[in-house]
Design a protein around this ligand. Structure first.
Ligand SMILES: Nc1ncnc2c1ncn2[C@@H]1O[C@H](COP(=O)(O)OP(=O)(O)OP(=O)(O)O)[C@@H](O)[C@H]1O
Length: 343
């Protein structure tokens, strides 16, 4: 549905150029939810704006539903753009229009007959759960409700693609989760292709089928979300996964944790598991092989596309030699292993 081929974009300034996108290529299949994650300044906004040509790439192809957008005439481009709805971090609603009128706007611009507009807007209000708010103005809505209006407006002309520019970044976690569920629902119900950009791995984990990671304008990794979570290849990706998924040392232990061992204490170890390994099996193996006890102090396990992954804090109890062997065993099994201190 969307294919970027070697897209580059450089912004020229007085004191030199900034390469916002450097040879970026990826494909988003029809009906998929594809997420692009990157830190601030990585080029995410430029990327999503290149997809509907709000930003013209310096070079490369932007093929949407079989057409290379930079080759199109302005009327053909307008037609292609109608196939793409877009939602934004700050909603971009018109404050002087009611909820109903905001949603109706794209249909009015398309000169849709009033009776058809009414039917469609009623459908959309039901879809996003805002029937009661139809006559309210945006200033009287919560952030989540505003984003629901924006989603309804973006879907009004029945686009094939929905572009989401940091759509949940201004929302609290509970509202974020309800908006992500709504997007997933829309994707399933209507088969609409979704391309979203975000700086939060939680968003990717919650709804995306595939993910691409960009850093300094370059696409550094891409793949199925489950595969990337279970086997991230770049440090940047690993950092995103870690930041979205960690456990803190409990306060009580933090108070007594020492940097080096006194010979009679036990190491507090942080283990990062991915889907290929079962923590329970690994713990019972080390207990059997090295006569250690793995006392679980804290854990944070989760799923991304059915792949289990997570982080576990354990106190490894046993003789110094056995404990050391158990730690080496974890490392040799590709478990990211870090000794945080001794208790
Ligand atoms: N119109 C512009 N003129 C000049 N430089 C620009 C312009 N737009 C973006 N840039 C530069 O391009 C780079 C990528 O910016 P972009 O906004 O795409 O990143 P981003 O990943 O979306 O960041 P953020 O999450 O902070 O919005 C940055 O260095 C930015 O300063």
């Amino acid at each position: 549905m969307i294919e970027l081929q070697q897209v580059s974009k450089t912004f020229h300034k007085k004191n030199g150029g900034v390469t916002a996108l450097d040879n970026v290529s990826f494909t988003v299949g029809k009906g998929n939810i594809f997420g692009v994650i990157g830190a601030s300044g990585a080029g995410k906004s430029t990327l999503i704006r290149c997809v509907n040509l709000l930003e013209r790439p310096g070079s490369g192809k932007v093929i949407v539903d079989g057409k290379n957008l930079p080759d199109l005439s302005s009327s053909e481009l307008a037609r292609s753009r109608r196939e793409m709805g877009m939602i934004f971090q700050h909603f971009n609603l018109l404050s002087s229009r009611t909820v109903y009128e905001n949603i109706a706007l794209p249909l009015e611009l398309d000169k849709t007959p009033v009776s058809q507009i009414k039917t469609r807007v009623d459908e959309l209000l039901a879809l996003v759960g805002l029937e009661e708010k139809r006559n309210d103005f945006p200033s009287n809505l919560s952030g989540g409700q505003k984003q629901r209006v924006a989603i309804a407006r973006a879907l009004a002309a029945r686009p094939k693609i929905l572009l989401c520019d940091e759509a949940t970044s201004a929302l609290d976690p509970a509202t974020t989760s309800s908006i992500l569920s709504l997007l997933k629902n829309i994707n399933r119900k209507f088969g609409i292709t979704i391309l979203l950009i975000t700086h939060e791995m939680d968003v990717i984990k919650a709804i995306c089928d595939e993910v691409a990671v960009i850093s300094d304008g370059k696409l550094i990794e891409k793949g199925r979300v489950g595969d990337i979570f279970s086997n991230p290849s770049s440090p940047v990706t690993r950092e995103f996964i870690t930041s979205s998924h960690d456990v803190a040392v409990p306060f009580e232990l933090e108070q007594v944790l020492t940097e080096s061992s006194n010979g009679t204490d036990y190491p507090l170890v942080k283990l990062r598991f991915t889907g290929k390994l079962n923590a329970g099996t690994v713990f019972s193996e080390t207990s059997r092989l090295f006569e250690v006890d793995n006392e679980i102090v804290a854990a944070n396990m989760d799923y991304a596309q059915g792949i289990k992954f997570g982080v576990i804090l354990i106190l490894v109890k046993g003789t110094q030699e056995n404990v050391q062997q158990a730690i080496e065993y974890y490392k040799s099994n590709n478990i990211q292993t870090e000794v945080l201190g001794y208790v």
